[in-house]
Ligand binder design. Structure first.
Ligand code: SF4
Ligand code: SF4
Ligand SMILES: [Zn+2]
Length: 173
């Protein structure tokens, strides 16, 4: 990691223990864009303060409270003494599978963890950024932006095009 430039170091913050790409998280996007209305919305939904909602990604020093308090995957990896869940003899464990099944944006976490291990973290970050970017304007969208949040193009990214039904069903609840 010694040769990394600032952009790469920032991007490393977007690597999560669970396989999610934090660059496509609504809380991350709202924090980076200083979108106070959105941050307040997430704070209310998650029942935590505005400041505790702010997040620079799972591997950063400023992490949204609900992820830092509720996520057990980082501790679990330490206990199991593995760098990646894919190195664990329980992978993909029950906890990961349950986490995956609860919300559509988590639908590919097992594949994502496998991919992270296969191609390495830096390439995985590049691949994820592309996966969640609008094909027309390159804006990174979250899994819940059905249309691109900048130019309105549908689908907002490759991930959304593959999970459109599950996402729309979830949003209509
Ligand atoms: S809130 Fe959680 S998923 Fe979202 S960017 Fe922060 S650590 Fe990642
Ligand atoms: S795969 Fe192993 S290290 Fe990862 S969360 Fe499951 S039990 Fe923990
Ligand atoms: Zn766009």
């Amino acid at each position: 990691m010694n040769n990394m430039n600032n952009e790469n170091l920032t991007n490393i913050n977007l690597v999560s223990a669970c396989g999610l790409y934090c660059g496509a998280c609504g809380i991350y996007i709202a924090t980076q864009e200083n979108d106070t209305d959105k941050i307040l919305h997430y704070a209310m939904v998650l029942n935590q303060s505005y400041d505790d909602t702010l997040c620079d990604g799972c591997s950063s020093n400023r992490k949204s409270e609900h992820c830092s308090k509720l996520c057990n995957f980082i501790d679990c990896k330490q206990k199991k003494e593995v760098n990646f869940c894919t190195d664990c003899n329980e992978f993909p464990c029950q906890a990961l599978q349950e986490f995956k099944s609860k919300m559509p944006h988590r639908g590919e976490i097992i594949d994502s963890l496998n991919r992270m291990k296969e191609i390495g973290i830096e390439k995985w970050i590049t691949e994820m950024k592309d996966y969640f970017s609008c094909s027309q304007c390159n804006t990174v969208n979250s899994a819940y932006h059905v249309a691109c949040r900048k130019c309105g193009y549908k689908p907002s990214c490759k991930f959304v095009s593959l999970h459109k039904e599950a996402i729309e069903q979830y949003l209509s609840k």
